[in-house]
Design a binder for this molecule. Structure first.
Ligand SMILES: C[S@@+](CC[C@H](N)C(=O)[O-])C[C@H]1O[C@@H](n2cnc3c(N)ncnc32)[C@H](O)[C@@H]1O
Length: 288
């Protein structure tokens, strides 16, 4: 029987549609592109070529895993974030589109600050997607990043190599800002997408997320704000006067966290919406 790229993709799409209906065609294309070492565009131009038995067997195996719920990014080992590729493994959260709003808001604040060489700290860096993106978008920035998980930091280090940033970004291991040596200079921007899923309230993430992604990257205490609050408090001693804290969180946490930031002395608090129009990023200026 003919096993052309086109036919195999059609059948795979049908199979995934019955199990993972969100983006079956895209998932099938990404998996087949990975197996054959081609881009998705190349797959279109070779639609009527036959697949080898070895490629077919590897593709069937990945398809099965995807059908059971394994995220495509872990199966192919990368995810796109802000238009760039990032290596991902099951030790790191898969970068999400809503986190691109942290980049957007930070870039707005950098522009407003007028600083040519801002010092930026990405706390809870995971894959390093925020640190790398900000270093590439703000050419003269000095960027540092931290995570409590050594395996996540290995992935971040791989992404620094991938984007040629080993000399510009330093990584630290440890709990929030305690990861930094005490004598470190202060920062102009502290940005973070910390774990903020609530264990007792708010919307639960999809089952697959909890099953496949590192729980250390997800859960932030009963209402999800434990790390957000701790980081906001610690950041006051690590921000330069006039520096900005930029945090991602769940929409239902925004109002309470905005009040918390104001109580802590942050000013000019600002909300940014994600692509679904939900408030997702909160920033505040440290004036003291
Ligand atoms: C939600 S993930 C964010 C990863 C990445 N910044 C992103 O946006 O895709 C949160 C990260 O925080 C790290 N983490 C959890 N608790 C931490 C702590 N107490 N101090 C520092 N990092 C922590 C986890 O290991 C995980 O990599």
């Amino acid at each position: 029987m003919s096993q052309t790229v086109s036919r195999v993709l059609d059948e795979a799409t049908e199979f995934l549609a019955s199990r993972r209906p969100r983006s079956p065609r895209l998932d099938a294309e990404l998996l087949l592109a990975y197996v054959t070492g081609q881009t998705r565009t190349q797959l279109f131009t070779r639609a009527f070529e036959q697949l080898s038995a070895a490629h077919l067997a590897q593709f069937q195996d990945l398809l099965e895993k995807r059908g059971q719920g394994a995220p495509v990014a872990y199966l192919i080992g990368w995810k796109e974030f802000y238009g760039r590729r990032f290596v991902v493994t099951p030790d790191v959260l898969i970068p999400r589109p809503e986190t691109e709003m942290v980049v957007e808001e930070t870039l707005r604040c950098v522009a407003r600050s007028g600083l040519a060489r801002p010092r930026i700290f990405d706390c809870c860096t995971g894959s390093g997607c925020l640190a790398v993106t900000l270093a590439l978008e703000v050419a003269e920035a000095q960027v540092r990043a931290s995570d409590v998980c050594p395996k996540a930091l290995e992935v971040a280090a791989e992404n620094l190599r991938l984007h040629n940033l080993e000399r510009r970004i330093k990584l630290f291991e440890g709990d929030l800002l305690k990861a930094l040596p005490p004598e470190t200079q202060r920062y102009d921007f502290i940005v973070s997408n910390p774990p903020y899923v609530a264990t007792d309230s708010g919307p639960r993430p999809e089952e697959g997320v909890v099953h496949y992604e590192p729980n250390l990257a997800l859960f932030g205490g009963r209402d999800g704000t434990d790390l957000l609050k701790r980081l906001s408090q610690e950041a006051r001693r690590r921000l330069n006067p006039g520096g900005w804290l930029v945090l991602e969180m769940a929409p239902f946490q925004i109002e309470g966290m905005e009040a918390f930031l104001q109580e802590q002395g942050y000013q000019h608090t600002q909300l940014t919406q994600d692509l679904s129009g939900l408030p997702r990023v909160l920033s505040g200026r440290w004036e003291a």
